[in-house]
Design a protein. Sequence first.
Length: 201
Amino acid sequence: MIKKNSDQVYSYVERQIHRLQALPPHPQKAMLAKLRRGVGKDPGELPELWGIFLQELPEELMSKTGQPTAAEWAIYVSLTMFALHQQGRERSMNSEEMKFGQAVRLLAEPGQEPQEGSAYRRFSALVTAQSLLEISQHLRGIIQLLRQKEIPLNYPALAKDLFLLQFPSSAPQVKLRWGQDYYYIPQEKENNKNKETDNHE
């Protein structure tokens, strides 16, 4: 069930971002501004956001108790963070190719070791956070840094990860994958690094 629901979260966020990006410029800016006002708040707290994160939401992902479900939290956080990321940017800050760990690694300064720098500290704090609200607070700082450097991110994948992080059975896999993506060096770059080392010897 968790796997099925996580796939639905991915698909839903993907559809909502496409819907946002298909809007004419003025309505799009207005909706993104509304979403940004939702950063740091609970899902459902702002009525003007109900449509963007609840419209056509699969019934099995909806709350039956009045408390936001794991899916509603993941969808809400990812969409509000996308709006924050997109502010003042012409090209889309949603990219299917850019994994979360890889995007954070790009924030490191040239020549900086992976364990150094503010981006790594924020990343570590996010990974060890105990609640999605705490995770979203650390995530906000990372998204602001990504926005400054115009580094895009795969938001449907982020939403899926945020959903899976809320379950003890799947959270460790998400954290490991984020770490793998953070430390991953493409083969081409690794080959260039080895050549540079050889030339200095």
